[in-house]
Design a protein around this ligand. Structure first.
Ligand SMILES: *Cc1c(COP(=O)(O)O)cnc(C)c1O
Ligand SMILES: [Zn+2]
Length: 573
């Protein structure tokens, strides 16, 4: 199974708006007359896929076509004949390799010394990979905020990474200027990329299935959408297929200039767009006119989906069919779910553009972090039965408030939780949702039924010279009130030392470490402290929470002490 490719010089670079012919040695990006985008028009039709190269080398890094598969379980659930093309199987984990392989060959043919591009991540990773294979120096302009995985790919492939203060638009502007300053090929969502990416449609032909009613495509710049259309249009012109499926352009509601533009029938440019589907967060979709043309020619449709829909579909695809993708690829399924009545009984192909491993932060951010457990089977079993696990599953893709409302804390835990909240409110602070959630997670991790062996009734710290601090504490220790005073190098150190002058005589505890986590640096309402305590080689990690760091440390120590002292008592029995 392979795609026949025919390299040719019999083509014209034509502007999609003013239709004037452009010279590829002068531009491969924008029309030199009207600044709109260009398209390759071949002079003849061909049964093989034509590429605008003098000589063509089959992609040296790609060893099989991306899988075309049915989605039997989702098809049954939604009563649509759903198929997927697993574009994340490409060597860099994203379909952009189709275009990069051609762009880099074109840069070499034009005798360029280097290649440069601006990217939010996937294209950088992909172009860097082919440039390094062909020994072409590669310069990548990325915004400060770029996914670590995508940056890692560009880095390992030897690209020069230029991390720029500002957003993608700033990177684009600088990159264009950089390209002009030397004999550098400007890569990106431009005309030769489309010639590589149209390969998608030719692959369907090679795989023997082209008769879809529709193809659902996540859209950013619109280049991939335009390329899939162009592939079909050229196959149809050559008599290889008789029909082009309806093409569906899907965008996140929060970033939808293309969909909006389709309804208005004119290009829309946004100031700023933000969505968890970062790969399609494009404010200025420069292939808009090509997308509109493809929509018109195929009786296509444009849909938007919400951020929650994206999260839901992302997980549904992973859980039911096993495909873990990045959030952008959840758009097609989300749109099918929203419009299932419209597509019932139809054969629809979902384009799964990129791998889930490209953006694992999304998963981390939208699920609750599992707590670190004591290494005992009792602790494991208590956690499994604690309700936290269920809360974790429910939390996915839902507004946090919805989740929090139905967490069932036991009565004792509920009391503990309320005492935390009251203490914080007494300090005039208001908790935000993620702070409430953090508190609940702390309460859920607490051991139930441990009597309080240590209670700090009062404490005071006084600053002395050179960072030395004097602390005095009043405790109830195993039911007896005691007081003490000690010096330390900081308030935390001093207070713990003061407590331990007494508590160590009952149960000697080493404080190995303390971590402070401030959940909202702006409002400072909740500080979570995790202590690492050790008693006779046994470690535990109690947590304390308060709007005051020192108080959180004390809470954590009180709890940790009580647990360890209780165990010591059990041993003695
Ligand atoms: C680039 C990209 C898209 C969007 O493609 P456009 O050609 O910009 O419309 C969608 N999904 C992933 C994973 C991408 O990397
Ligand atoms: Zn033009």
């Amino acid at each position: 199974m392979k795609v026949d490719v025919h390299p040719t010089t019999q083509y014209t670079l034509e502007c999609v708006l003013c239709q004037k012919e452009n010279d590829e040695t002068k531009t491969s990006t924008y029309c030199t007359f009207c600044a709109d985008v260009l398209s390759v028009r071949y002079h003849k039709t061909s049964p093989a896929m034509q590429v605008p190269l003098k000589a063509y080398q089959p992609d040296p890094l790609k060893h099989h076509l991306s899988t075309l598969t049915q989605l039997p379980r989702l098809s049954k659930t939604y009563d649509i004949d759903l198929w997927a093309k697993l574009e994340f199987e490409h060597p860099s984990g994203c379909f952009k390799d189709r275009g990069s392989a051609i762009e880099v060959q074109k840069a070499l043919e034009l005798g360029r010394d280097a290649i440069c591009l601006a990217s939010t991540g996937n294209m950088a990773a992909s172009v860097a990979m082919y440039a390094s294979y062909y020994n072409l120096p590669c310069f990548v302009f990325v915004p400060e905020q770029t996914s670590e995985a995508k940056l890692a790919q560009a880095t390992i492939y030897n690209a020069t990474i230029l991390r720029v203060q500002g957003d993608f638009a700033k990177c684009e502007e600088l990159c264009k200027e950089f390209a002009l300053s030397g004999n550098v090929y400007l890569a990106g969502d431009y005309v030769f990329r489309e010639e590589g990416q149209k390969d998608f449609s030719y692959e369907l032909l090679a795989q023997g299935v082209t008769d879809f009613d529709a193809i659902a495509i996540p859209v950013g710049c619109g280049t991939n959408f335009a390329a899939i259309y162009k592939g079909y249009a050229e196959m149809k012109a050559a008599g290889l297929v008789d029909r082009i499926p309806q093409l569906l352009a899907i965008q996140p509601e929060a970033s939808s200039p293309v969909v909006e533009g389709i309804f208005k029938r004119e290009k829309v440019v946004k100031e700023l767009v933000q969505t968890i589907a970062t790969s399609v967060a494009v404010a200025n979709p420069f292939d808009f006119h090509k997308v509109l043309h493809a929509i018109d020619e195929t009786d296509g449709k444009a849909y938007t989906v919400t951020e929650n829909d994206i999260l839901d579909s992302l997980r549904e695809m992973a859980v039911t069919e096993g495909h873990f993708t990045e959030p952008a690829c959840a758009l097609p399924l989300a749109a099918m779910k929203d419009h299932s009545h419209e597509w019932q009984g139809k054969k629809v192909l979902l384009v799964l553009t990129g791998s889930g491993l490209k953006d694992t932060r999304v998963v981390a951010k939208h699920s609750l972090t599992p707590p670190v457990l004591e290494p005992t089977i009792e602790a494991i079993q208590e956690y499994v039965g604690s309700g936290f696990v269920e809360m974790q599953k429910r939390a996915w893709g839902k507004a946090r408030s919805v989740v929090l409302a139905d967490v069932a804390l036991s009565d004792t835990r509920d009391k503990v939780f309320n005492s935390y909240v009251e203490a914080i409110q007494q300090r005039g602070k208001t908790l935000q949702k993620h702070e409430i959630e953090a508190l609940q997670s702390i309460v859920l991790q607490e051991k139930e039924g441990v009597p309080s062996h240590l209670e700090v009734l009062d404490y005071a710290v006084t600053m002395r010279k050179e960072g030395l601090v004097e602390a005095s504490v009043k405790l109830r220790l195993h039911g007896v009130e005691v007081e003490s005073e000690t010096k330390g190098v900081g308030p935390v150190d001093a207070v713990l030392a003061a407590i331990r002058t007494h508590s160590d005589t009952h149960c000697k505890i080493l404080v190995k470490n303390h971590e402070v986590d401030i959940l909202s640096p702006q409002t400072d309402s909740l500080v979570v402290v995790t202590l690492t305590l050790e008693h006779e080689g046994r470690q535990i990690r109690p947590k304390g929470a308060s709007s005051d760091t020192l108080e959180a440390v004390i809470h954590a120590f009180e709890k940790g002490y009580s647990v360890l002292a209780e165990q010591l008592a059990d041993q003695k029995l």
